[in-house]
Design a binder for this molecule. Structure first.
Ligand SMILES: Nc1ncnc2c1ncn2[C@@H]1O[C@H](COP(=O)(O)OP(=O)(O)OC[C@H]2O[C@@H]([n+]3cccc(C(=O)O)c3)[C@H](O)[C@@H]2O)[C@@H](O)[C@H]1O
Ligand SMILES: Nc1ncnc2c1ncn2[C@@H]1O[C@H](COP(=O)(O)OP(=O)(O)OP(=O)(O)O)[C@@H](O)[C@H]1O
Ligand SMILES: NC(=O)CC[C@H](N)C(=O)O
Length: 584
């Protein structure tokens, strides 16, 4: 007979909204307990949202989190949910000074607690702090030095927080030393392409190292540039996948586990791997079988690469709009592929009725561009209008005698100004349509097409934009719906239409070549010589590298957007703007 029914709550915490997040914990725990769960777990810092960044340095916020936690324990008990241990991440503070890190007692910590019978039964802090890529946890937190092991219905459950399992040793080795029957890990693990495969491999490896089953619960939703895809997993000690949640959806995973009965008599304070001290807590009464009505563990099917990326972009955009208190978005719709994909994403994120698009033709806009924009509006049902920029443009040119690039950029800036004017008037936030290839080489106009609150495709290379557009249309066909993106938008050569017959290919290498070089230089961090040695034309490499290096100032002024790659233009890649170093 299985002896523990576990519930993993894959929820969407909102950063800074402790009251709302507490309500969510009560709501999901109620459902879990109704499903017979004997142990319930929520993601990393589920009470405060994650990452809280420098909010961690605000004493008032730390105190609000700590008192919110105590209040939550009381609320759970008052709601009749106190007899089931609930693991919740929160923002806490250290009891002792950390001389090694030069931090006093009371420094912020990334914590988790087990709430039980109206009390905080045990609390602990993350041991391994990530400090690479988008993470800066040594800036905010001091590490914890305990391995909590809670005995729940006769099973010893060791607890860990996210990065604790991404680094060798630490709580994983300590869990084996403590003879845990289950390693329960709560996470705030952001989405990246192919990370689901990396996670699965990781949890399998760590389960083998810990010598016990491993349960991994992650959050969903979006927080500024981060997207969380969930993908909660439970594996057996031999790596067999026992259960897996779907990606990008809030989800309650309930399953019965057959775990070894606790037999260890290790005592509190025992020194384990990596200087961790064992802290034990006895919870959840006598050994008992899981409830008789067996729960069939669910293993959600995997989705395709394109579906995963599309869902990530939709999740990030939806979260940004909603969590910032907006209902609607505004997009300049040119008839080109980028704004078409952004519009289709926005429709999927917040519904066509909340998406407002404006066509802003100039004298260089082709008829097919206007028609393609109108056609996308017709297919999706979004709100569409046309405002010509010709009169404003003529007035400007007459007053200033602009020519060449200044004249080209003026068109883009008039569109940017118009979008912001409509945003101010009607309350929609503007979505910026720039893609990663353009951001990399600075192919956009400052204060023009780069205006906006959020850039849904800023981490998507142009060649991938085309793939996603085709995939989204095919998906619509498969479901018997109208494909949102007009075929002509996908097949015509990309053009900014800022002068007669302009094509992107006049100023940039072919996008497939450009994106390959960018991938090596940006994601791969390869130098100019290494890229040339890999067989690329030195002239192309030199040009691309120079364009990327000199466009840092533009990228820094670009709005945030969802990260989908190993290295997005945001917190992942921090280069000086004022920089005289040139490759090659
Ligand atoms: N290091 C630095 N730090 C801060 N500011 C710096 C700077 N270097 C230049 N600047 C400033 O930036 C200005 C130049 O930037 P900006 O005004 O944007 O203009 P710029 O980069 O010269 O031109 C825009 C480029 O983007 C292309 N474009 C525009 C619009 C849409 C699309 C598309 O297809 O999506 C492409 C367009 O064809 C052109 O090649 C300079 O006049 C200067 O004021
Ligand atoms: N005629 C237009 N009407 C409305 N918006 C436009 C128009 N032309 C450009 N824009 C806006 O400026 C952005 C940059 O457009 P541009 O055509 O210069 O380059 P692009 O990167 O090829 O984008 P797209 O593929 O969307 O056309 C567009 O995505 C769109 O938001
Ligand atoms: N919140 C964390 O500790 C996350 C770090 C971890 N490497 C991840 O990306 O999943």
């Amino acid at each position: 007979m299985p002896n523990l029914r576990l519930a993993l709550c894959q929820t969407d915490p909102w950063v800074g909204d402790i009251a709302r997040n507490g309500d969510e914990v009560v709501h999901w725990t109620k459902q879990a307990v109704e499903a017979g769960a004997q142990l319930v777990a929520f993601p990393e810092m589920a009470l405060t949202g994650y990452p809280v960044e420098d909010l961690a340095l605000r004493r008032s916020f730390v105190e609000a989190s700590r008192s919110g936690l105590v209040e939550l324990a009381g609320r759970l008990a008052a709601a009749g949910l106190g007899e089931v241990p609930v693991v919740v991440g929160y923002l806490g503070r250290s009891e002792q000074a950390s001389p090694r890190f030069g931090r006093p007692a009371g420094s912020p910590q990334n914590c988790a607690a087990v709430l039980f019978r109206g009390e905080v039964a045990t609390r602990f802090a993350k041991h391994h702090l990530p400090n690479y890529g988008v993470f800066d946890e040594y800036r905010w937190f001091v590490p914890g030095d305990q391995l909590p092991v809670v005995r729940v219905h006769g099973v010893d459950v060791a607890l860990a927080i996210c990065e604790d399992i991404w680094q060798d040793g630490g709580r994983v080795t300590a869990a084996r030393e403590a003879e845990a029957g289950l390693l329960l890990v709560i996470n705030g693990s952001p989405y990246e392409r192919n990370k689901d495969d990396a996670r699965l491999e990781l949890v399998r490896r760590r389960a083998a190292e810990a010598g016990c089953a491993l349960a991994y619960v992650n959050m969903v939703g979006g927080q500024d540039e981060l997207v969380f895809d969930g993908d909660s997993i439970v594996v057996a000690p031999d790596g067999e996948v026992l259960a897996r949640s779907p990606q990008f959806e809030e989800h309650l995973l309930v399953l019965d586990l057959d775990l070894p009965a606790a037999s260890s008599d290790h005592t509190d304070g025992l020194l384990l791997a990596d200087g961790l001290h064992l802290v034990r807590a006895e919870l959840g009464g006598e050994p008992a079988d899981a409830p008789a009505d067996a729960v069939r563990a669910e293993v959600a099917p995997r989705i395709t690469d394109e579906a995963e990326i599309w869902s990530a972009l939709v999740s990030g955009t939806r979260a940004y709009v909603r969590k910032n208190g907006f209902r609607s978005v505004l997009i300049g719709l040119s008839g080109g592929i980028d704004s078409a994909v952004v519009a289709a994403l926005a429709v999927d994120a917040i519904g066509a009725e909340n998406v407002y698009c404006v066509s802003m033709p100039s004298r260089y806009s082709s008829q097919h561009s206007r028609d393609d924009a109108a056609e996308l509006a017709r297919r999706t049902g979004l709100n569409f209008r046309t405002v010509s920029i010709a009169p404003m443009f003529d007035a400007y040119v007459a007053a200033t005698e602009l020519t060449g690039l200044a004249e080209e950029n003026l068109q883009s800036r008039l569109r940017g100004t118009l979008l912001m004017a409509i945003s101010n008037q009607e309350g929609h936030i503007v979505l910026a349509p720039g893609n990663k290839s353009e951001l990399a080489v600075g192919y956009s106009t400052l204060y023009g097409d780069s205006v906006g609150a959020y850039g849904p495709i800023k981490d998507v290379y142009k060649s991938l934009i085309f793939r996603l557009a085709r995939w989204r249309n095919e998906e619509a066909e498969r479901l018997g719906a109208v494909p949102p993106i007009p075929e002509n938008t996908i097949v015509k050569p990309p053009s900014a239409e800022l002068r007669p017959d302009q094509k992107d290919s006049d100023s940039l290498p072919d996008y497939d070549l450009l994106d390959t070089v960018l991938d090596l230089y940006v994601e791969g961090d390869q130098g100019r010589d290494a890229i040339v040695a890999a067989g690329f034309d030195p002239a192309v490499v030199d040009r691309v590298v120079r364009l990327v290096d000199t466009a840092e100032y533009k990228r820094r002024q670009y709005p945030p957007g969802p990260k989908i790659s190993v290295k997005g233009f945001g917190r992942d890649r921090r280069l000086p703007i004022t920089n005289r170093w040139r490759q090659g």
